[in-house]
Write a protein that binds this ligand. Sequence first.
Ligand code: ZN
Ligand code: ZN
Ligand code: FE
Length: 743
Amino acid sequence: MQGVGFRPFVYGLAHHHQMVGFVGNDNQGVFIEAEGSETNIAAFQHDLVTHTPPLALIENVISKSIPPCGDATFTIVESRSESSASALVSPDLCICDDCLEEVFDPNCRFFRYPFINCTNCGPRFTIIRDLPYDRPFTTMVDFPLCEACAVDYHDPLNRRFHAQPIACPHCGPRLEYIENGQHLFGEAALQLARQSLLAGKIIAVKGLGGFHIACDATNEDVVQSLRQRKGRSDKPFAVTVYDLEIGREFAVIDSNAAQHLANRTRPIMLLPKYADSRLAPSVAPKILNVGVMLPYTPLHYLLLHDLGIPLVMTSGNYSSEPIITDNAEALKRLAPLVDGFLLHNRDIHISCDDSVVQLMGDTEIPLRRSRGYAPFPVKLPVSTPHILAVGGELKNTFCVTRDSYAFISQHIGDMENLETLNTFESTTDHMQKLFGVQPEMVACDMHPTYLSTRWATQYAEHRNVPLVKVQHHHAHVAALMVEHGLDGQQPIIGISFDGTGYGTDGAIWGGEIMIADYVSYERPFHLAYMPLAGGDTSINKPYRIALAYLHAVGIEWDEDLPPVAFCPELERRVLRQQLEREINTVATSSMGRLFDAVSSLIGVRHIISYEAQAAMEFEALVTGDATFYYDYHIAENCVDLSMLLKQIVEDLYSGVSASEIARRFHQTIAYIALECALRIRQSHHVNTVGLTGGVFQNITLLGMTHSLLAQSGFNVLVHQKVPANDGGIALGQAMIAHYRTNL
Ligand code: ZN
Ligand code: ZN
Ligand code: FE
């Protein structure tokens, strides 16, 4: 990767071990010619791989002996790449410990400077306009280096050697705070912004990959007013804390979680929250977890230092639109949401949202792979041509492949409006330029009306390259296989429990137990088809899903059942007719919809205001270990749901608590997964099972299923590099497209 300080590291090491020779870059990586005594060479080689700078990743080292050529010194030589695009671009990185120390060191020239950075930290991906990765091609072009910065920049032994975004209070970007027509700059701007936050105001803060909207996370009134202004009734907000101590006031942060929180990727981590704490209840209502994040830029550190409160920091956007990056646009569009603007004049070339992860044991499970991770590549098991895989509809990411790497984009958003499509388009251009990719093939989902599919179709036609349409859940399974380095010689059992996805029979799939490789799949088991009245548009009304499911399995709509009581009588009558006559009704095997139906059935959530809300609130009820599970019936290739739903209704009538039912239900789904896997193992002699699909963001279900399968001797794969949700499917699409066209 470029800009991670590897050549200066080698330079320093060579001097340390009294070597002569040179180091440089080419499109294969780094080349070094080093001459010295045998012991020094050995020590140099050892340190080379053991003392690697934080951002560098050594894939392999090839070395050979050559006759000494008697160089006088050790130097850094010009790069040898023929194509400038061969350099890998690093993700944006959180401030490093050295820089953090300098920010708070009154004797340092960077004291309290919000844009301090070095080769080990700072913005990268979001400020690069073009390659090569040199300052003139970044948004730092408008800030000529001052003398002191130039000295640092040119000194191979300095931490800022060739750090392209390097800046100081004399030559770099500066802060500005605007409130009530008043403009303040620098330290004064920072101070007023802090005062406003403490006074219960809502402010926009320009960060690394876009704007955040920030406010006091302990002030219920202000959090509620933010919800009102943003039109976001329940969807949880993430919280930024200065340090773990403040985080531990409201979230359970064990040493394992602490380590992941402090990762240089600085993700938002979902952590169990305490029932009683000073955190405002509206931050993450009715769910188990709260998203917590440590500061990752010097600006965030300065903003939160000694502030004493956690801050809500949510993306500066309107729901489902991309995060805003531009000052003028923010001032115009975010004005109704905020009381003040903390801006700076370093432009953000490409947006990048915060990443979100959760933990299963000590395994980090990605939910949104964005800042800090993208565009770091995922290694492919084979070398591929240049492929553009456009991903899905919700939580869109796309990827481009080159050689044996897949460069996956940052989180783009839900592809349902023009703004998101625009971001998608500009980011695909950007990524292609950055990684020197000219797509020879395009891959997309099979769904005919996905915006991404339509875009891909036009794009492929326009470019006259082949288009490969990939079944949604096959793509989920393939993505999981790729990230575990499988070459596809052996198929795996892919359990794809998902919200939605276009099936080859026109139904909406999502409860699929497949056996798949990169070329094809079989579908030995799936959830029984249930009617979805109104198709995908009904998904924000779980009570209607519950009623439809009850109807399908022949359970009376008794007024005592929560979804029945919730649904107005007239609507019930219309719905009954619709279901009986199968008007505008689509069949679905979706596991996500089953969770929605049961969530409403037991009275947890009848209408949702954000995706997966019913399932998340349902999961939050599960406590303790489950020992009991429902009887279930798996017919030929179909998981029957009538027995399951009937037992839940019986439990309801006999007064079993919602929490107990939730626990039993989760456990039953895990057993169903196990049973299907066992049967496939028997028939196909395959012992590897992959768990994928958006439903497996449910960490309770993931944990239960994982342990049942592992206990039965399965080799269980879960997502660790890309999300189980649709943010991961582009990777699978690309691999399938490659294998299909390469038969
Ligand atoms: Zn640094
Ligand atoms: Zn300077
Ligand atoms: Fe999906």
